[in-house]
Design a protein around this ligand. Sequence first.
Ligand code: PEP
Length: 249
Amino acid sequence: MRKKIVAGNWKMNTLLKDGMELAKAVESLEKEKSSDTLVIIAPPYTHLSRVNDLIEGVKLSAQNCASEESGAYTGEISPDMLVSVGVEYVILGHSERRAYYGEDNELLNKKTKLALSKGLKPIFCCGEVLEERESGKLFDVIREQISVGLAGLTKEDMDQVIIAYEPVWAIGTGVVASPDQAQEMHKFIRDLLVELFHQEVAENMSILYGGSCKPSNAAELFANPDVDGGLIGGAALKAEDFLGIVNAY
Ligand code: PEP
């Protein structure tokens, strides 16, 4: 059975003290939540170890990881290092990593496989830019991102993966995909998983929507049969808004 999940991507926001306060607030609101939704937060690297000591019901994610196991890779953080401070999930392929740091589908495939081999659960992001949607290439783009990014994964690997569909034109813009646009792409992704992997992989996969999701629009997005929750940016920086989205189920 697939899980309902709401994950918060804090990006490069909050200093340690504010981040710890935010994590504590999310943890205490999570205890009062009205559903069985899994709640995940992805603070900056510098906060992970300290935040891990403050949360129990809420799960911990990193926003990225290295593509190499260890060694002379100045500035990189390995999957093993993340696991050693209590991290369970890792966001991979966020559009900001793709656009600003040149992460392509092949590199993301390498990162995904390494993360899985170390016991991290990838939150694998995909999404088209506006021109790709307007020129009708959106399904080809998502097919390429998923078929290359998740190439070579086994059915067992796929049980550990979460997919986030994040149309780039909706991220941080205040322009949210309509419930029909989200459902159409989530259904496409689920059908693609049948084709690339197995019916069971598709049925069990949690596919999250991301892009300007707020407490006021979450319920209609999450009401779609193929939308299993959200990956939240801006609204994850206020505990009440973030839990407002969780409680939208
Ligand atoms: C994101 O960056 O993953 C995201 C969904 O951002 P926002 O909610 O701010 O659009």
